[in-house]
Ligand binder design. Structure first.
Ligand SMILES: Nc1nc2c(ncn2[C@@H]2O[C@H](COP(=O)(O)OP(=O)(O)O)[C@@H](O)[C@H]2O)c(=O)[nH]1
Ligand SMILES: [Mg+2]
Length: 220
């Protein structure tokens, strides 16, 4: 691989997809590493998500089309830095762990994803493990989770052409990365229960059904 420019903290934007995360956002934004920029993508929140984000120093992008992938993509488009990181706005992940993922890019990775270590719902854990095993077998990707926390160079990501706009986004990203023979690195990240608000995906029946449907469309 050819040498790529080193990534400094000012070259990183943290994209945070949010639907009603006003309660968790202050803690999440306070933990973003110094000099990283932050874009909160507000997906039709009915709470104070946007105002809280601005009050804590983030830029806000409003994305009316619902869906995790829709929000992430809008944030990546809005970012103006060489690298982007993505993590949830619910307080379940620690932005303080992002520099380790960014460092993996500097060490030659094309994509660095977090493997969640901690407590999470059994059905979600099993579903993720099964899909990750399939990606290991099919593409040789060294992964054990679908990586809801990740770091990647922005232009690489845009060129990859992920077009799932719902909960299949993380899975499709890995499938396309595997097909493109990207060097993918997985690192353990801390995973905690969300610090406020309610789950839209794995903790809700509707969210789980939608996620399984979206996953199946990507990999089925
Ligand atoms: N923008 C946007 N964000 C979403 C949507 N669904 C979930 N999220 C965000 O994606 C992240 C993960 O969702 P969450 O409800 O925590 O799912 P869980 O961890 O599986 O319970 C959170 O930051 C949510 O606010 C959506 O439709 N639009
Ligand atoms: Mg969550």
């Amino acid at each position: 691989m050819s040498e790529r420019a080193p990534i400094s903290p000012r070259d990183v934007t943290v994209v945070i997809p949010c639907m009603n995360e006003a309660g968790s956002l202050p803690g999440v934004l306070a933990a973003v590493p110094p000099d990283y920029r932050t874009v909160v993508v507000d997906n039709n929140s009915t709470d104070d998500t946007a105002a809280v984000a601005v009050a804590h120093g983030a830029s806000v992008v409003r994305e009316p089309v619902p869906g995790y992938g829709s929000a992430v993509h809008a944030g990546v488009l809005a970012a103006q830095t060489m690298a982007v990181c993505v993590l949830d706005g619910d307080g379940s992940m620690d932005p303080g762990e992002l520099p380790r993922l960014v460092a993996a890019l500097d060490s030659g990775a094309d994509l660095a994803v977090g493997r969640r270590r901690g407590t999470w719902p059994l059905h979600s854990r099993i579903g993720n493990a099964v899909l990750a095993a399939r990606l290991r077998r099919r593409y040789g990707l060294p992964i054990h989770d679908l990586g809801a926390m990740r770091a990647v160079r922005r232009q690489d990501l845009l060129d990859l052409g992920v077009d799932d706009r719902r909960s299949g986004y993380p899975l499709q990203l890995l499938v396309l990365a595997g097909r493109a023979h990207w060097r993918v690195v997985e690192q353990d990240v801390t995973y905690r229960p969300r610090t406020a608000g309610t789950s839209k995906v794995s903790g809700s029946l509707k969210g789980t059904v939608v996620a399984v449907h979206d996953f199946w469309k990507v990999i089925g």
